[in-house]
Design a binder for this molecule. Structure first.
Ligand code: ZN
Ligand code: FE
Length: 254
């Protein structure tokens, strides 16, 4: 079983400390920075044994070397981006399994935001660590990939069970909700969720994790195959990948 602890760092990043309770192995997912993560692990009495990176951006790997130096932990990251992951020791890619104490993560290649982006899915614990690929009500910008690649990547995540908890790497949800309403404003589930998000943020509460079921119902980037959304943006009958590309382009300029 996994014990998952969320650490807000920098402006809006979430770093996760995850501990497999049988064995005590403990990973940091995407350490943007080192000091707050080391301090939090110490406070919890957890010994960091692994780092799991999703992609090469500085706000995801910035703490790698310092945490590795402090703990001797083992760094796991995307094979396709091994040259850009500081300290990487185990390279993984699509379909690989990462043994983590009694738990196991399945790796998905999810290019789009970056070309080597991966996600870690702990099936037994219904936990998905998806970095900057899928956000609550959003998806990552396409810095190194095409809309077709990202739509395909999101399709892999969308295929997971509704009860999957989506542990994304940023608290972008409130801004994402405003955009989502601009393209899917008749979606009752979205309207309700946006109100819940506003209420949570007003109380200073995180909106992450969400469930994949919520995202399937309300995230416009997972709903490019929805006819109503397509019609809303003037693309009735268009291919889902073209609807996705248009939604992503609109978000870039929102
Ligand atoms: Zn990123
Ligand atoms: Fe990021």
């Amino acid at each position: 079983m996994l014990d998952i602890h969320q650490i807000p760092v920098l402006n809006d990043n979430y770093v996760y400390l995850i501990r497999e309770t049988e064995s005590g192995v403990t990973a940091v997912v995407d350490p943007a920075v080192a000091a707050p993560v080391l301090a939090e692990a110490k406070r919890l009495g957890w010994t960091i044994t692994h780092i799991l990176n999703t992609h090469h951006h500085g706000d995801h790997v910035g703490g790698n070397l310092e945490i590795q130096a402090a703990t001797g932990c083992h760094i796991v990251g995307p094979r396709a981006d091994r040259d850009r992951i500081p300290g990487i020791q185990t390279e993984v890619g699509d379909g690989d399994h990462v043994n983590f104490g009694q738990a196991v993560a399945t790796v998905f290649d999810v290019p789009g935001h970056t070309r080597g982006h991966i996600a870690y899915w702990f099936e037994q614990d219904n936990a998905l660590f998806c970095g900057d690929t899928l956000f609550a009500l959003g998806c990552g910008r396409l810095f190194e990939g095409t809309p077709a690649q990202m739509w395909h990547s999101l399709g892999k995540l969308k295929a997971l069970p509704d009860e999957t908890q989506v542990y994304c790497a940023h608290e972008y949800t409130q801004a994402n909700a405003k955009f989502a309403l601009s393209v899917d404003g008749s979606n009752v589930a979205l309207i309700q969720r946006a109100a819940e998000i506003d209420a949570a943020r007003a109380r200073g509460k995180p909106t992450v994790p969400s469930t994949l079921g919520q995202e399937k119902q309300t995230n416009p980037f997972l709903r490019a195959d929805n006819g109503v959304l397509a019609r809303n943006i003037g693309l009735a009958g268009a291919a889902a990948v073209d609807v996705f590309a248009e939604v992503r382009a609109r978000k870039d300029h929102f």
